[in-house]
Design a protein around this ligand. Structure first.
Ligand code: NAD
Ligand code: UD1
Length: 355
């Protein structure tokens, strides 16, 4: 059985689905602070099998001890964490407590139970502002500009020290670039609380009429069209990388670092153009000053994951946007209202707006 912390969240729910489809037994631990149990109900609908679910906190050591004592857990995928950059600036202690202390508590309970295989959700944010593109895993980590990024780097360093202290550990640090998209069914996807921080969720909420226009943060970057460049990766490709990492960690000890990206960068302007083509309507947007803490460009060299895991991203940008749009247009308010249409083709915008 695989323990998936944060398994009701955006990436976690897609990972739970892939694990179930691969025949694994799955136990989800999530306190639902940024997610809905409905995501797991839909995962069960898609896979034909339900994961076990415990509503609880990854910082609760006694609860974790009880879980490891009660279930035959052989490995952990650790998604549980807080991820809103602006909030992390306002509430740094909550971020360090959840993302760093939560990871420590989890590892303590794992070690007590003799479970030493862990896949950790890290982020390309740990590279800081790299002067070299694409970014390989051996680039030095940088200085993240906010407590969220710092918490990911601190957790990575905790896990590295842990693996050095005890050779039984096998830990995969997966550095995600920019996960977007949704399962092709349109049943599960990203459902951010409040005003979205990230580009695609914001574009999607404009397209379904929940927000007036997109702010493009900076058109004066030293990039070909002046807007920021990122490496967007389909969430289903991303979680498939987790399953490959889990397998690989059966054979290797210590800490392994893998970039999960496509190796291709797209600018904000390119994203807007592609989004308009996929949805068939203009996306209102306005140029604004640069956002504090943003970097001009960031994309991965994903060759290490291909060489060592036999994994690479397969879905292109149009597929990412079409799948994201299918999810959002059928669920304009995320998990907050009933699913209307479960067919796999894209719902027209008029239907989504009328619902
Ligand atoms: P998410 O918020 O959708 O999922 C995180 C899940 O963890 C949520 O279901 C939340 O309820 C749960 N959770 C939070 N604190 C918890 C706690 N103390 N105990 C138990 N459960 C808790 O976010 P996501 O996008 O799915 O991200 C998953 C992981 O990947 C996070 O660690 C995030 O930092 C990391 N990550 C995400 C991105 C991204 O762009 N989405 C990029 C890099 C890294
Ligand atoms: C952001 C976080 C990063 C985190 C990552 C994944 C910041 C500074 N960085 O990265 O720490 O790991 O999300 O959660 O918040 N953009 C707009 N308008 C918007 C939103 C974004 O123009 O409304 C632009 C940004 O300037 C950037 C690109 O779109 O060029 C992507 O932004 P975003 O989706 O927020 O991801 P990152 O900035 O890469």
């Amino acid at each position: 059985m695989i323990l998936v912390t944060g398994g009701a969240g955006y990436i976690g729910s897609h990972a739970v689905l892939e694990l179930l489809l691969a025949g694994e037994e799955v136990l989800v631990l999530d306190n639902l602070c940024n997610s809905s149990k409905t995501a797991l109900d839909r995962v069960a609908q898609l896979s034909g099998r339900a994961p076990q679910f415990i509503k609880g906190d990854v910082r609760n050591r006694a609860l974790l001890q009880a879980l490891f004592a009660s279930y035959p857990i052989r490995a952990v995928m650790h998604f549980a964490g807080l991820k809103a950059v602006g909030e992390s600036v306002r509430e740094p202690l909550r971020y360090y407590e959840t993302n760093v202390s939560g990871s420590i508590t989890l590892c303590q309970a794992m070690a007590e139970a003799g479970v030493f295989r862990l896949v950790f959700s890290s982020s390309a944010t740990v590279y800081g502002e790299s002067p070299v593109m694409p970014i390989t895993e051996d680039r030095p980590t940088g200085t993240p500009t906010n407590p969220y990024g710092q918490s990911k780097l601190m957790a990575e360093n905790v896990l590295k020290g842990l693996a050095e202290s005890d050779p039984r550990w096998s830990i995969g640090l997966l550095r995600y670039f920019n996960p977007i998209g949704a399962h092709e069914s349109g049943l599960i996807g990203e459902d951010p609380n409040g005003v979205p921080n990230n580009l695609l969720p914001y574009m999607l909420q404009v397209a379904v009429g929940r927000r007036k226009q997109l702010s493009v943060y900076g058109a004066d970057y030293p990039t070909p069209d002046g807007t920021g460049i990122r490496d967007y990766i389909h969430v289903v490709d991303l979680v498939k990388g987790h399953l490959k990492a889990l397998d690989r960690l059966e054979q290797v000890r210590g800490v392994s670092v893998w970039n999960l990206g496509t190796g291709k960068g797209h600018s904000v302007r390119e994203m807007i153009t592609a989004f308009e083509e996929v949805t068939g309507r203009p996306l209102p947007h306005v140029i604004k000053p640069r956002r504090a803490g943003d970097i001009a460009q960031c994309w991965s060299e994903p060759g290490k994951a291909w060489a060592e895991l036999g994994w690479r991203a397969e879905k292109d940008l149009v597929t990412m946007l079409a799948d994201a749009w299918r999810w959002q247009s059928r669920n304009p308010h995320g998990y907050a209202e009933p699913q209307e249409n479960t067919a796999t083709s894209s719902a027209p915008l008029s239907t989504a707006l009328a619902s």
